[in-house]
Design a protein around this ligand. Structure first.
Ligand code: PEP
Ligand code: MG
Length: 750
C-alpha cells in the first residue's frame, strides 16, 4: 500500500474511534501517525487561539512541556509566516530563514528542515501543521501532498472544537467606507449576502475509489448540463434580445469550457481519489490548490480564468452533495465575495441580487463583463470589506464612484435613495432622447459612438440610439474565448457585427493584446514594463501572419460593405505605413472588395504628435485613446490605483495636445475623434466639444447621459470661455473646477 493510502486509512481509523471529549489526544495521535509515516523526527500541530495567536497544541518530537505554552503571533516566525501567507513553506535550512523565531523551550534548534502547512476550512485559518527533520532537506512533492491532505483532515478535527467566527462588538456596528474600482456602473442598496467561502465536505475518506470516480464523473456531466441550462435560461431572459445573446452565451460558455478542458484538473481530482479521499474531499483539495496558485498569480486575466475554475469546483461539489442549499435572497441584496465566476453571477442574478463586490475582480474579467451586460452594479478590489461585513448588514454600492459603504449612516443612505430616484427620473428623460440625434443646445451635431468588444453588446446600438461603433476592441472576444481563433471563426464574429450594425458605421481595431490583456497559456512576459513592451501592433508587425489573418477575416466579413480598420499602439508613421501595407496587400486578394476602405490609427503614444504632417497624409482618420495617452504622456501607469486621479485630462497640457491635433487634422481634412474613457465623462466631453471635436466614442451607459448634457450646452458661448481659460491658466494642473463652475452657471446638467 502506498504511503498516502496507508496513512489515510490509519487516519480514518483514528477519526472513526476518536473521543469527542479528548481533542488534544486526537491531535497527538495524528502528529504521531504523520511523523511515523513520513519518517520525520517532529510533527506538531499549532492551533489558532483568540484570532491571532498560534499555540502549540500537540507535538511528537518537540519537548512535551512546551505544549500549551509556546505561542507565536500570526506573522511571527515561520509558523506564523505560513499562517499569514496561507502558503506551504518547505525549507531545508529553517534556522537561517530571516523569519525564524527561536523558542528555546521547544528544543527545536536541532532540526534543520521544516515543512509548515496552513490548516484552513472554508477559507478560515484554524492552525498550522508542521513537520521537521534533523537533516537539511527539501520535502518532495509527494510528502508535501500527504501533509497538505492531512491538514485538510486536521481542519475537520479542529473545526469540531472551535466556534465559528463572528465579528462582534463595536467593529461590527460601525459604519465604514471602502474604496474600490468600478466594474459595472450603478448604485445598489440592500442587505449583505456573504455566501460561505467554501463548501465543506462531510465525508473525507472513502473505501471504494471506483465508486468515487464514478460519482465525480456523474456530477461532472450534471454540472455541464446545468451550465448550459443556466446560460440559455438567463441571458436571453434578462436582455430580451435575440441573436446577440445567443452569441454572447457561446463566447462566455466557450471560454468557461476551455478553462475546464485545458487545466487537466479533473485528472488531479481523480488522482486524489485514488489516494483514498472521497470525491468531495478530492474536489475540495484540488480547489484549495487552485486558490493557492491564484494568490501567486498577478496577471489579472489568468486570475480570472482560475476564478472560473473555482466556480466549477464549487458547482461540482454542489452536484456531488445532491444540489446546493439555496438560501433565501432578498431582492436587491448585495453579494460580497472574494472571487466570482460567470456562471455563479448568473445564478445570483436569477435570485435577484442588485449589486456585487468582488474583492479580486478585474474590469476585464468575465464576471465584470457579464455584470455590465446584466445591469448589476459591480465593484472590485474593495480590500477589507469581507472582513468587516456580517450577513444581513445594510450596504450601499456606489459603482459609479467605486466605493461601498457598510452599515451606512441614515443620511448617507437617504442621499443614495434620492440619487437613485433622481437617476430613474433622469433615465426616463434620457430614454426619450434615444431616437434623436445628439446636438448641442446651439445646433452642432456631435456623433456619439459606442465602444464595445463582445457580440452580446451589439444590442446596445438599438437601446442607446448610438450613431455607430467607434471602437470595436477585437481582442475582447478573443480574451473571452481564451484564444486567437482562426480566420473563418473571426470572420463569423465580425460578420455578426456588420449585420447587426446595418447602416451604422463600425470601426474595427486590430488585436490589442499584451500589457494587461493576456491570453491564457501565453507565456507571462518577462518585461519590466509590459504596458510599454512587446504588445499590440508591435506583435502584429513582428508576427505578420497573425495580423494578416485578422485583416483577412475583416475583409471577408465586410463582403463588399464599407470597412474601417484602425491600428492600436502606433508609435511611428513607419509602423502605421507597414500595417496599412499588410491591409492593402490582403485587400488586393479578397473579393468582393469593400465598397470603401478607410485606414486609421489610434493616437495613444505621444510621439505621433511630432509626426502629424506625414501621418495626416497617410491616415484616413485618427482616434485618440485617452486611456493609454494619459499613461504615456504623464508616465503614470493606468492600472495603479494610487495614480488614478493624479493627472487630469482637463488640464492645459492635454487640452493643448488635443487642440493642436484637432486643428491640424481638420486642416488636412482627416477625421479625428476621441474613444478613450474620458469621452464618456460629461465634463471632459464638454471640454472636447469646446475644442471642436464632433465625434466621441464611449461605453453604452454614457451615450444617453452625454446626449442629454450636450443638449444643454451652448458651444458658441463655451468656446470663447475655454479659449480664454486656456490662455490664462498656464501652470494649473487642472481646469476641471472652472469648467464645472461655468457649466453650472449656464444650466448644463452634467
Ligand atoms: C485607450 O487607450 O484609450 C483605448 C481606447 O484603448 P484601450 O483602453 O483598449 O487600451
Ligand atoms: Mg489603448
Amino acid at each position: 500500500m502506498s504511503t498516502p493510502r496507508r496513512l489515510l486509512a490509519r487516519l480514518r481509523n483514528l477519526m472513526a474511534h476518536r473521543d469527542a471529549q479528548s481533542g488534544a489526544g486526537d491531535l497527538l495521535a495524528l502528529a504521531r501517525l504523520v511523523a511515523a509515516e513520513l519518517v520525520s523526527e517532529v510533527c506538531s500541530v499549532y492551533v489558532l487561539r483568540g484570532g491571532d495567536s498560534l499555540e502549540l497544541a500537540a507535538t511528537e518530537g518537540l519537548r512535551p512541556e512546551s505544549v500549551g505554552r509556546t505561542r507565536l503571533r500570526v506573522g511571527e516566525g515561520l509558523v506564523g509566516l505560513a499562517a499569514a501567507s496561507g502558503e506551504t513553506l518547505n525549507l531545508p535550512d529553517a534556522q537561517n530563514h530571516p523569519a525564524f523565531a527561536y523558542r528555546p523551550e521547544t528544543g527545536e534548534d536541532s532540526f534543520a528542515s521544516l515543512l509548515a502547512v496552513p490548516v484552513r476550512r472554508a477559507g478560515r485559518l484554524l492552525g498550522v501543521l508542521v513537520v521537521q527533520n534533523r537533516a537539511p532537506r527539501r520535502y518532495d512533492a509527494e510528502e508535501v501532498d500527504v501533509v497538505e491532505t492531512v491538514a485538510m483532515l486536521l481542519a475537520e478535527l479542529l473545526a469540531a472544537t472551535q466556534p465559528e467566527r463572528n465579528d462582534s462588538g463595536l467593529a461590527a456596528a460601525l459604519s465604514r467606507r471602502f474604496a474600490a474600482s468600478s466594474l459595472a456602473p450603478g448604485i445598489a442598496i440592500g442587505p449583505v449576502i456573504l455566501p460561505s467561502t467554501g463548501r465543506v465536505p462531510q465525508r473525507l475518506l472513502a473505501d471504494d475509489p471506483d465508486r468515487e470516480l464514478q460519482r465525480v464523473e456523474q456530477a461532472w456531466e450534471q454540472m455541464q448540463r446545468g451550465i448550459d441550462q443556466l446560460i440559455s435560461d438567463q441571458l436571453p431572459a434578462t436582455q430580451g434580445k435575440k441573436a446577440a445573446d445567443a452569441a454572447a452565451s457561446r463566447e462566455i460558455l466557450d471560454a468557461y469550457r476551455l478553462v475546464a478542458g485545458d487545466a487537466g484538473w479533473l485528472k488531479r481530482v481523480n488522482e486524489a481519489i485514488r489516494s483514498g479521499l472521497s470525491a468531495e474531499a478530492a474536489v475540495s483539495r484540488v480547489a484549495g490548490e487552485l486558490r493557492d496558485r491564484m494568490r501567486r498569480i498577478t496577471d489579472p486575466y489568468l486570475r480570472e480564468r482560475l476564478a472560473d475554475l473555482e466556480d466549477m469546483a464549487g458547482r461540482l461539489l454542489d452536484h456531488l452533495s445532491g444540489g446546493a442549499p439555496q438560501e433565501v435572497v432578498v431582492a436587491g441584496s448585495i453579494l460580497l465575495v472574494r472571487r466570482l465566476g460567470p456562471a455563479e453571477l448568473l445564478d445570483w442574478h436569477a435570485r435577484g441580487i442588485g449589486g456585487v463586490a468582488i474583492e479580486e475582480g478585474s474590469a476585464s474579467g468575465h464576471a465584470a463583463i457579464l455584470a455590465r451586460a446584466l445591469g448589476i452594479a459591480a465593484i472590485g478590489s474593495a480590500r477589507g470589506v469581507l472582513e468587516y461585513a456580517n450577513p444581513g448588514d445594510e450596504a450601499v454600492i456606489d459603482a459609479d464612484e467605486g466605493q461601498i459603504f457598510l452599515r451606512p449612516a441614515l443620511e448617507l443612505k437617504q442621499g443614495y435613495i434620492s440619487a437613485i430616484a433622481a437617476r430613474s427620473a433622469r433615465q426616463a428623460g434620457w430614454a426619450s432622447l434615444r431616437d434623436k440625434p445628439a446636438m448641442t443646445g446651439d445646433g452642432t451635431r456631435i456623433q456619439l459612438m459606442l465602444n464595445i468588444g463582445l457580440a452580446m453588446e451589439l444590442g446596445q446600438l438599438a437601446t442607446t440610439g448610438a450613431d455607430g461603433i467607434g471602437l470595436f476592441r477585437t481582442e475582447i472576444a478573443m480574451l473571452a474565448r481564451g484564444a486567437v481563433v482562426d480566420t473563418p471563426e473571426q470572420s463569423a464574429v465580425y460578420t455578426r457585427v456588420f449585420d447587426d450594425a446595418g447602416e451604422k458605421p463600425v470601426t474595427f481595431r486590430t488585436l490589442d493584446l499584451g500589457g494587461d490583456k493576456l491570453l491564457p497559456g501565453s507565456p507571462t512576459p518577462e518585461e519590466e514594463n509590459p504596458a510599454m513592451g512587446w504588445r499590440s501592433l508591435r506583435i502584429g508587425l513582428d508576427r505578420p501572419a497573425l495580423l494578416r489573418r485578422q485583416l483577412r477575416a475583416l475583409l471577408l466579413a465586410a463582403a463588399g460593405r464599407p470597412l474601417s480598420v484602425m491600428f492600436p499602439m502606433v508609435a511611428t508613421v513607419a509602423e502605421f505605413r507597414a500595417a496599412k501595407g499588410l491591409l492593402l496587400a490582403e485587400a488586393a486578394r479578397v473579393r468582393p472588395a469593400p465598397s470603401v476602405l478607410r485606414v486609421g490609427t489610434m493616437l495613444e503614444i505621444p510621439s505621433l504628435m511630432w509626426q502629424l504632417p506625414s501621418l495626416l497624409k497617410e491616415a484616413d482618420f485618427i482616434s485618440v485613446g485617452t486611456n493609454d495617452l494619459m499613461q504615456f504622456l504623464f508616465a503614470a501607469d493606468r492600472g495603479t490605483p494610487q495614480l488614478a486621479n493624479r493627472y487630469d485630462v482637463i488640464s492645459p497640457a492635454v487640452l493643448d495636445l488635443l487642440g493642436q491635433l484637432h486643428e491640424q487634422a481638420s486642416a488636412a481634412g482627416v477625421d479625428v475623434s476621441i474613444c478613450g474613457e474620458a469621452a464618456s465623462r460629461p465634463l471632459e466631453a464638454i471640454a472636447f466639444a469646446g475644442l471642436g471635436y464632433t465625434c466621441l466614442s464611449m461605453p453604452a451607459s454614457s451615450i444617453l447621459p452625454i446626449k442629454a448634457m450636450l443638449s444643454d450646452l451652448d458651444l458658441t458661448k463655451f468656446r470663447p470661455y475655454l479659449s480664454s481659460l486656456r490662455r490664462t491658466s498656464g501652470g494649473s494642473a487642472s481646469l476641471r473646477e472652472p469648467i464645472a463652475a461655468w457649466a453650472r452657471e449656464h444650466g448644463v446638467r452634467f
